[in-house]
Design a binder for this molecule. Sequence first.
Ligand SMILES: Cc1cc2nc3c(=O)[nH]c(=O)nc-3n(C[C@H](O)[C@H](O)[C@H](O)COP(=O)(O)O)c2cc1C
Length: 182
Amino acid sequence: MNILAMSGSLRATSSNGAVLHAALDGLDPALWTVAHATIDTLPHFNQDLDGGDATPHPAVGALRAAVAAADVLLVVSPEYAHGVPGALKNAIDWLVSSGELVDKPTAVITASPHPAGGEFAHGQLRETLGMLHAHLVEPACLRIPLIGTKVDRESGRVHDEATRAELATALTALTKAAPQPR
Ligand SMILES: Cc1cc2nc3c(=O)[nH]c(=O)nc-3n(C[C@H](O)[C@H](O)[C@H](O)COP(=O)(O)O)c2cc1C
């Protein structure tokens, strides 16, 4: 089974990256293969370069193939200016016409240093992914507040046990939503 992880933060020492890794820690490597979506090399979405006779940019083709190959999708993101980071929204825009998100079991997790845990970005991601007919797995969706207190600066790991437990529960729910092999 394949899980595709997509982070809305491009920072090397991202706290959302730490959340993503903590979430993936709970997966059984005998059952799950993890892939990471590359979104930082995507061109800006341009409808003229999408669909019809257009040949997709290699990074767009790779993203679409990665989403198509995934049994489940894990999206983890910060909030910027009460919104979804542009790089992540751009990636999602490239998936609108191609349809790989339809019925894809998907978790949305936002983490923020603020007490609301990125509520605006969380809501906007849910709205956009829902509009694209992704299957939002409710028990796998989380807002993580005060993330700065939960990540160890030295190791870059989520050290807060309650958060790690929440992430494990979320990942269990997400993996249970994967299509069963016939
Ligand atoms: C340009 C910018 C805008 C931000 N806007 C928000 C915001 O609206 N809400 C929020 O909760 N945090 C906001 N933050 C703080 C980010 O949540 C914080 O920098 C977070 O650590 C980024 O995630 P990362 O560590 O995964 O890169 C903003 C940060 C930046 C740099």
